[in-house]
Structures are given as C-alpha cells and as structure tokens.
Design a protein around this ligand. Structure first.
Ligand SMILES: Cc1cc2nc3c(=O)[nH]c(=O)nc-3n(C[C@H](O)[C@H](O)[C@H](O)COP(=O)(O)OP(=O)(O)OC[C@H]3O[C@@H](n4cnc5c(N)ncnc54)[C@H](O)[C@@H]3O)c2cc1C
Length: 459
C-alpha cells in the first residue's frame, strides 16, 4: 500500500478506499458522449465533512487532482477524473438531515438522490423542484452543475433553489454559506459562486434547498404546429398568459418520432396531423383543485390554437406522465440513434427561431444534422448533433456556440462545461472574464487540485 493510500485509508477506513484494478468502471466516467473514460488512481468514500476536509488536505499537500462525484449522470464530462487523481465519491453522505416545514427547506447531504429527496419530502406535501431528467442524480451534483430541468420555467434552476451550503475548501477549511434564509446582503454570495462551479472551487458537504408545495392536480396540453417558427413565437405568449406552466417544452418532429418509437408512446395524435407538423409544444399545468386546473387547461388549449397549433390534445394521468418521462429520456434516445454530440445552448427566448434555423443550417452545411427538443420557456435548446467527421464536427460545434453567443446566449444552460465543452469556452469566451475566473479559482484553490481540467483546460 502506498503512503498516500494508507493516509486515505486512515481517514475514511480501508474498506472505503479503492485503488488500481479494484476501481469499478462506474467511477471512470459520467454520461458524456465524447470524452473517454479515465480510471483514477484512488476512490475515497467519506462519511463526514471532517473526512472530506482531511482528504482534501492530504490531496493538496501531495498535489493530487481531485474530482468530486455524485451519481455520475452529468453530460459534460465534469466527473471524469485524472489518471493520477482521487475521486471523492459522496455516495455514503446520503442522509436527508431535516425537512423543515416552517422554513420550507430541506437540509441534505450531497449524495442524496432526487428520488430519495422526493420520498423524504412527500409526507410534508412539499418537494424540491429542480428536476433534471435523471432522478438518480444527486443534490451535490445539482449544485456542481447548477442543474435545471423541465420545471425550471416555473421554479427556477439549482441556483434559485440552493439557499445555503456547508462546503470544504481544497485547503481543508470547512465553511457555511447562506442558510435557511430567503435573502442575504452580506458581502459576496459564496453559495452562488460554488453553485455551478463543477467541483472546481469547493466541495459541498451539506445543502439547504428550497421546498415548494406539491400541487396535486396536473395535466398536459400537447400542441402540434405545422410551422417551426410558430412554436417558438407561441412560447412568450403562453408565458405571458398567466397560466404559469410548470413545464413548457418544444420537441421537433424528428425527435418526437424517435421518442414515440423508442418509448412506445400513445399520444392520440392522428397520422395526418403528425405527418404535417414540424414541432410540438408541451404545456404542463398544475393547480390546487381540479376545477381550477380544468379552467386553465381549457384556456391553454384555446390559446395554442389561436397561436397556430393544428390542434390541442389534453393528456392526463398515465399518458401525460409517459410523455414527460419520454422527454426526460430524450438523451438516451439521442445516444441510441447514434448522436455524435449534444448541445444544451441557452439563448434569449426571442432569439430561439433565429438560433434554431442557424444551427440547422450550419449542420446541413457540414453534411450533418441537428435535431432535438428543449426547455423552450428558458430558451434552453437541446440538440443532438450528427456529424461523423471529427474535424467538421468540431468546427460545427464552434460555429453553433459562436452563433448562440452572438445572439446573447451561452454555451451551456445547465449541463456545464466539463471536459467536453471547456475547449469551446476557452476559445470563445471573453479572455478578461476567463482570467477573472482563473483568479477566483486561485484564491479558493491555490494548489489547483480541484477538477483542474474543467473550465481552464489541461494544466
Ligand atoms: C437522461 C438524462 C437527462 C438529463 N436531463 C437533465 C436536465 O434536464 N437538466 C439538467 O440540468 N441536467 C440534466 N442531466 C444531467 C445531470 O443529471 C445533471 O447534470 C446532474 O446535476 C448531475 O448530478 P450527478 O449527481 O449525477 O453529478 P455528477 O455527474 O456526479 O457530477 C457533476 C458535477 O458536479 C460535481 N459535484 C458532484 N458532487 C459535488 C459536491 N458534493 N460538491 C461540489 N461539486 C460536486 C462533479 O465534480 C461534477 O463537476 C441529465 C442527464 C441524463 C443522463
């Protein structure tokens, strides 16, 4: 046993340290399509913040790169470790410490999965509303990526739902930021600096998340449109209607056909409507009472038809759930049909028609294709990119990201940069901002051990 392995074993117990061939493949990767898995030198599974602190001190002293790992469902390669690195896996720190109904918050350890948190908050009639498509993802991972998901259009992203943290700095100090409080105006907001930092600044060991009441009655209006631009133009009008959808997604016809086929969906849309439409709008509504919901559903149906939909189909219960679940699984469908890359670019809502037309045009010029769906209410476009030639694909991705940025958007709306999108970020982002971020990183992590390949590239 090496000295370092012995030190890690002293901290977390020898049965919670893995090295070499004993490290299962799960720890080598996340779900990114494009970055090769990498076996780390060590995996350690701490049970307390104090153990995380000691691991980080040992890693800092020995200049060992550290990658935090929640559930490994990330889509950007941010949880892929270095070959000489340490993975700190939060799987043992998976307790829901408190569900506080007065302050409407939960205090959880980072390894808690969204499925576990859903179960823990059920009896209180509350819920954590950040729901990326993968419910096996962890709260710590949501903090790392600033996760979004379909409900962000109503409830916001992780950044809006994480009120406070206990976090361990790479130098080993344990800090608390924010709290069970609705607002704070006391210096820099360290909570928000850590949220979305992809494990490059500090590791979250406790998270205070906002909870919302569960509204019992829900239904989904599915609206096929013959014209793609009309779908995008309908989005702001639906949002301005006061119906407050908790999901507002678009799905293009190619993607819907693939979802229907792979997920055996029965949507009740007649063949001639399906064949003539270019895209669908999915408007999910919820309310406290069935009567109020019915009223909203009726109005939503009328509205989408006024805005150009061929028709409006109301899905309730199982069929609504199946459509939403199929949409959540769109990534697996894209993977199954051989997508070469994925994009989760965000643009202002008003720029979505221009961005989508531009991205599809660029893909066609490169001899490839771009199809997908997205969190239309947030301007967050998810495209599966088909382009087999690696050089052409790199140029295509660069051109699509540059277009999004020209339109006032950003490379990633919710998946983060990870190893996969960092090169594009370094190429396209304002160098002054990148340098400022580098200096922030330096103050948190002087030894540069936390996820060194993410955000700033290989060092
Ligand atoms: C089918 C599918 C659908 C998806 N849909 C969505 C979606 O709609 N919206 C969305 O936002 N994402 C989506 N994702 C991506 C993924 O689920 C989210 O990025 C999620 O937040 C990752 O959580 P995780 O626990 O798997 O994190 P991991 O992949 O393990 O890690 C993600 C990042 O967080 C860091 N991290 C992990 N734990 C900590 C910690 N305790 N402290 C600090 N940093 C930490 C890691 O180092 C890494 O940088 C989807 C993924 C799949 C497979």
């Amino acid at each position: 046993m090496s000295d370092l392995t012995a030190r890690f074993a002293e901290i977390v117990g020898s049965h919670n340290v893995l090295t070499g061939d004993a490290i299962p493949e799960d720890y080598w990767h996340d779900e990114v399509l494009t970055t090769a898995p990498q076996r780390p030198a060590y995996v350690a599974k701490p049970a307390t913040a104090e153990e995380v602190s000691q691991l980080l001190k040992a890693a800092s002293e020995n200049k060992v790169p550290v990658t935090a790992r929640g559930s490994g469902s990330g889509l950007s390669g941010a949880a892929i470790p270095r070959a000489d690195g340490l993975v700190i896996s939060f799987e043992r720190m998976n307790a829901v410490l408190e569900v506080d109904t007065t302050n409407q918050v939960a205090v959880v350890q980072p390894g808690v999965t969204l499925t576990e948190l859903d179960a823990a908050t059920m009896d209180a009639g509350l819920n954590y509303m950040v729901q990326p498509g993968e419910l096996s993802s962890s709260v710590g991972g949501n903090v790392g990526t600033n996760a979004g998901g379909m409900r962000a259009v109503k409830y916001g992203i992780a950044r809006h739902n994480v009120l406070g943290l206990q976090a361990v700095l790479p130098t080993g100090e344990i800090i608390r930021t924010g709290g069970k409080i609705a607002k704070v105006s006391t210096g820099y907001d360290l909570t928000q600096l850590i949220v979305g930092s992809e494990g490059t600044l500090a590791l979250a060991t406790e998270v205070i998340v906002k909870l919302y009441p569960r509204l019992e009655h829900a239904a989904t209006v599915l609206a096929p449109f013959a014209d793609f631009d009309q779908v995008m133009e309908a989005v702001p009008r639906v949002l301005a209607s006061g119906l407050a959808p908790y999901i507002l997604e678009y799905i293009d016809n190619m993607t819907m056909a693939a979802l229907v086929h792979t997920q055996n969906l029965e949507l009740g849309v007649p063949d001639q409507v399906r064949d003539s439409c270019q895209a669908y709008l999915v408007v999910a509504l919820e309310n406290r009472t069935a009567e109020r919901l019915d009223e909203d559903v009726e109005r939503a149906g009328e509205l989408v038809v006024e805005l150009g939909a061929v028709d409006a189909y109301v899905l309730e219960g199982l069929s609504a759930r199946k459509l939403i679940e199929a949409r959540e699984k769109a990534f697996w469908t894209a993977k199954a049909i051989g997508a070469d890359d994925i994009i989760d670019t965000v643009v202002p809502r008003s720029a979505m028609p221009k961005f989508l037309a531009g991205a599809r045009g660029l893909a066609a010029e490169a001899g490839g294709a771009a199809a997908g769906c997205g969190h239309a209410g947030d301007g967050n476009v998810h495209l599966a990119i088909i382009c087999k030639d690696p050089q052409k694909k790199k140029k295509l991705m660069t051109d699509i990201f540059a277009l999004a940025m020209e339109l006032g958007g950003a490379i990633s709306g919710e998946h983060g940069l990870g190893r996969a999108k960092t090169p594009y970020f370094l190429q396209l982002e304002d160098a002054v901002k990148v340098d400022l971020m580098r200096r922030i990183k330096q103050s948190f992590d002087p030894a540069g051990i936390l996820n060194p390949d993410v955000l700033f590239g290989e060092t």
